[in-house]
Structure formats: structure tokens, C-alpha cells
Write a protein that binds this ligand. Structure first.
Ligand SMILES: NC(=O)c1ccc[n+]([C@@H]2O[C@H](COP(=O)([O-])OP(=O)(O)OC[C@H]3O[C@@H](n4cnc5c(N)ncnc54)[C@H](O)[C@@H]3O)[C@@H](O)[C@H]2O)c1
Length: 461
């Protein structure tokens, strides 16, 4: 199992390293050393999955300052998504680095191959589709000798997690650098908090709590499938609604909170139990619960309590908290960035009780972790440093799936049971074409199979 405290190269090493690289190249006017064999040392990029995050990731990649970068190819399964993304990128400060003529824009389920074929070994592909396709696209990237940035989650079930662990090892053997979009791990302020927790400032950690209590979010509550779109493409368009595509809203939305808590704890949970329900769903047009309440247990018996909700009109919170024998901490508050990390003398940790605050970092000065994760990846590529976040990203995805499955089945589940679980949500995901049937089918009323805790105990639907 991966060590939740590490990320291959520490942030401090990377910052030191990138500082050295930048200084050396500026002073000597020489080329920066990296594994790339291209004659002009420009790192070329391809974007696979041109949605909201893919477009943002491309902008972050092109904004890195360690050497020239250029976006040369784009792939999607929807023409409108690709052209919107292209237009958005052409409207940013990095527009001059976007060199994607019509001949390098690809649409269909094989588009990822065509986009990666435009790259040379040592270039970077961004895998920002729904997670179901991660192992498929990553397999081809490794074959082509490409460095990779991939969004979280990287797996949705036991079988896809097992594939990703193996692929991560193959990428390591080929010295490929792989970043996983758990950007909070690159947050400079959370790193300071971690150092303080490790040095004992809040004593021994006894309890972690995390909440993503919001109204309806993103694509987690699909409407009935409209006419004029295939069932498969409808499910991809509403990927948070379908467990095969995303791991559902639990995996997709809660993974950051789970990961940052485990990072602070320095361990992954060994088991989970929990509950949830579909209180306010208007027809079964998606497979999610709208409330989740999970108790994760670590090997030493301490707990992480996690709550997720997507119901309007309720109390809201978006935060992770740590409780120690000598005080407490906000790991994050009101969103992922700025983190608003704080250390408090006691356990109340109330916003306005400034007398209780022992340490804080001014939020307005907080660097953007979505940019830092790219600065770190590019520093590793150009400095040829080991950099592979796959094991850690897969463990976070697996532990997320464990909590989700515990709620969906109503059973207590261990991490190893989740790892060995044979229910593969979309076994043929690598063979999909535009005409394929969708991995999950609706009944005559357009309802999809939903979890039934206590009734379906060994599979989620
Ligand atoms: N790190 C973060 O904070 C963060 C934030 C948002 C999203 N994400 C992650 O990014 C990923 C994408 O999320 P999003 O919000 O951008 O969704 P999105 O729907 O906006 O984008 C996904 C894109 O991938 C395309 N696509 C789907 N299947 C494809 C395939 N087989 N081949 C090529 N293209 C395909 C879709 O058409 C769409 O354009 C998810 O894994 C999500 O969890 C991470």
C-alpha cells in the first residue's frame, strides 16, 4: 500500500529543484536538461477530455514557467465540448501556445489514440475524461512513452483499481512522470500545516472529520434521457450520475476530502461502514444517494467521519477538520483553495474565536494548487526526477470506493475486500464505439438500477 505522506518528490525538493533549474537557465542561457528528445525542448501537450477541468488543466500546463510548452492536439467524444474548450483556451493569456489546427482535433472513442500519436516520447498527455476511461487511456500513453497528467479519481471499482496499480508500476519502469489531479497535495499551505501536525503542535491525532454538504452539484442528478442522443453518450454527458463512468458523486466529489485527511493522518483507512439514501431524487434517472454518512477506521483505531449531501435547503459545509490531544486544525474550509488552514488551541475551532487561533496563513497570499501541481510535474520532467503519483492516487480512489460501497450495500467493508471486489462496472469500456450499448441500462420507465443496502450486499447495483 502506498505511503499517504509522500509524493515521490517532496514539494520542498521540487521547489528547490525548480528554483535551481530556473536560476541556472536564466544565468547561463542554456537549455534546461530533461528527458525530452525534441530539438527545441518544447514540451508538446495533448488534451484528452476537453471539458471544464481539461480546459483548466491545459491552461495551467501552458502557464508553467520552466520552459516552452505547446498544446498540439485535442480529443473528445463531443464536437461541441472540444470546440468550446478550444475557443476558451484561445481567449486566455496562453492563446499563443495553442497550436491545434482542425487536422489535430479528433472526435470519437479512438480519438485519444490519434491525439497521442501527435506527440513524441517525453511529451505530456492530459487525461481529463470521466474516470472510467483512465486505465484505457493510460495504457496507451505508457505504450507511447508519454508523461501523463490525469485527473482524479483514477479508478471507480476494485478491478479498475487493480489495473491502475499495475499500470503505475509499468510507468515507473519506463521512467515516465505521472501527476494525479489531487491538487491539495501540492498546496503549499497544507504542507505547512502537515509539518506542524507532524511536529506535534496539535498532539496525537484522535479524530478527523470531513464534510461536503451542498445542494445539487455538477452532473450528479441526470434528467431523463432526451431524444437525439444515444444512451451511451447521455450517460457520459451526465457522468456523475452513473457509477460506471465516475464512481458516482461520492467518489468524484468526496475524494479530495478523504485524501487530505488521510495525508494529515499519515495512513489509509483499513475499513469503512456507513449509510445513505435517496431522499429527494425525482425518479431514478441516476444511481447516486443524495446523503452519505461514513465512518472510516484507521489501523490504530482512530476514525475519519465523512458526510456528503447534495440536497438544497440544508446546512452547508465544505471542510476537513483534525482533532488532536493538544488542539485542533482546519485542514481546509469553504472550498479546496484557498485552504484557509488554521491551528486552534482547543476543539471548538470557531471562525470568529481569533484568540483561540495559534497559527494561520493569509488566504489572499495562498498560491493556487491547480497551478502548483503542474509546476511540480514540469519540474520533475525537465529535471528528470522520479515522479509518479499513481499508487497514491489509486489508493485514494480505492478508499473512496470502499466508503461508497459500504453505504450502498449497508455492509462493513475492509480495504482488502474492496481491492479484491470483482464487480467491474464497465468491463468493456476499452471497446466502446459511438454505437455501443451503454454499460448500464434503464428499464421501460427510464429508471436505472440503484443501490439497495441490505438487499444487494455484494454489489452496488
Ligand atoms: N481536481 C479537481 O478539483 C477537479 C475538478 C473538476 C473535475 N475534476 C475531474 O476531471 C474529470 C473531468 O471532469 P469535468 O468536470 O471536466 O467533466 P466534463 O464533462 O466537463 O469534461 C469531461 C470531458 O471528457 C469528454 N469525454 C468523455 N469520454 C471521453 C472519451 N472516452 N474520450 C475522449 N473524451 C471523452 C467529455 O465529452 C467532456 O468534454 C473528472 O475525473 C473529474 O473528477 C477534477
Amino acid at each position: 500500500m502506498s505511503d499517504p505522506t509522500t509524493s515521490g518528490l517532496s514539494r520542498r525538493d521540487l521547489l528547490k529543484k525548480s528554483g535551481q533549474i530556473a536560476a541556472a537557465s536564466a544565468l547561463a542561457g542554456i537549455a534546461i536538461p530533461h528527458v525530452h528528445a525534441g530539438e527545441n525542448h518544447t514540451i508538446q501537450l495533448a488534451l484528452v477530455g476537453c471539458g471544464g477541468r481539461g480546459t483548466g488543466a491545459a491552461e495551467n500546463a501552458l502557464s508553467t514557467k520552466l520552459g516552452p510548452t505547446k498544446l498540439v492536439a485535442m480529443a473528445d467524444v463531443f464536437t461541441d465540448r472540444l470546440s468550446d474548450s478550444y475557443k476558451q483556451l484561445k481567449d486566455t493569456g496562453v492563446a499563443g501556445q495553442v497550436d491545434v489546427p482542425e487536422s489535430r482535433k479528433f472526435i470519437d472513442f479512438e480519438a485519444y489514440k490519434k491525439a497521442m500519436d501527435c506527440l513524441r516520447p517525453g511529451d505530456v498527455v492530459m487525461l481529463t475524461t470521466p474516470p472510467a476511461f483512465r486505465w484505457v487511456h493510460f495504457t496507451y500513453a505508457i505504450e507511447k512513452g508519454l508523461n501523463v497528467f490525469m485527473e482524479k479519481p483514477v479508478a471507480v471499482d476494485g478491478p479498475s483499481a487493480r489495473k491502475m496499480f499495475k499500470l503505475g508500476e509499468e510507468a515507473k519502469k519506463k521512467n515516465l512522470k505521472v501527476g494525479v489531479g489531487l491538487m491539495c497535495r501540492h498546496c503549499a499551505v497544507r504542507h505547512q500545516l502537515l509539518d506542524r501536525i507532524r511536529s506535534g503542535q496539535i498532539g496525537d491525532l484522535l479524530l478527523l472529520r470531513a464534510y461536503r454538504l451542498a445542494g445539487p452539484t455538477a452532473k450528479e442528478s441526470a434528467p431523463p434521457k432526451p431524444d437525439g442522443i444515444t444512451e451511451l453518450l447521455h450517460q457520459i454527458r451526465w457522468f456523475h450520475s452513473f457509477l460506471w463512468a465516475s464512481g458516482g458523486c461520492y467518489s468524484d466529489f468526496l475524494i479530495h476530502h478523504i485524501d487530505e485527511c488521510c495525508w494529515m493522518k499519515g495512513a489509509w483507512p483499513v475499513s469503512a461502514k456507513g449509510s445513505g439514501g435517496r431522499e429527494y431524487k425525482n425518479g431514478d434517472h441516476d444511481q447516486n444517494f443524495d446523503t452519505y454518512s461514513i465512518e472510516y477506521t484507521f489501523g490504530d483505531g482512530t476514525k475519519l467521519y465523512l458526510e456528503g449531501r447534495t440536497i438544497p435547503g440544508c446546512f452547508q459545509d465544505f471542510a476537513s477538520y483534525a482533532h488532536g490531544t493538544k488542539g485542533g486544525a482546519w485542514i481546509s474550509k469553504d472550498g479546496h483553495s484557498p485552504a484557509k488552514c488554521r491551528i486552534f488551541k482547543g476543539q471548538k475551532m470557531e471562525k470568529h474565536d481569533t484568540k483561540e487561533i495559534v497559527w494561520r496563513y493569509p488566504s489572499k497570499d495562498e498560491p493556487n494548487p491547480y497551478q502548483l501541481e503542474w509546476d511540480d510535474l514540469m519540474a520533475a520532467i525537465r529535471g528528470d526526477k522520479p515522479y509518479n503519483e499513481v499508487e497514491r492516487g489509486t489508493e485514494a480512489s480505492l478508499v473512496s470506493a470502499m466508503g461508497r460501497m459500504a453505504a450502498h450495500t449497508g455492509q462493513e467493508l475492509t480495504r482488502d475486500q474492496m481491492f479484491r471486489c470483482e464487480h467491474e462496472f464497465a468491463p468493456e469500456v476499452d471497446k466502446l464505439t459511438m454505437d455501443s450499448p451503454a454499460p448500464v441500462q434503464a428499464d421501460k420507465e427510464g429508471r436505472y438500477p440503484v443501490p439497495q443496502p441490505g438487499r444487494k450486499r455484494t454489489r452496488e447495483f
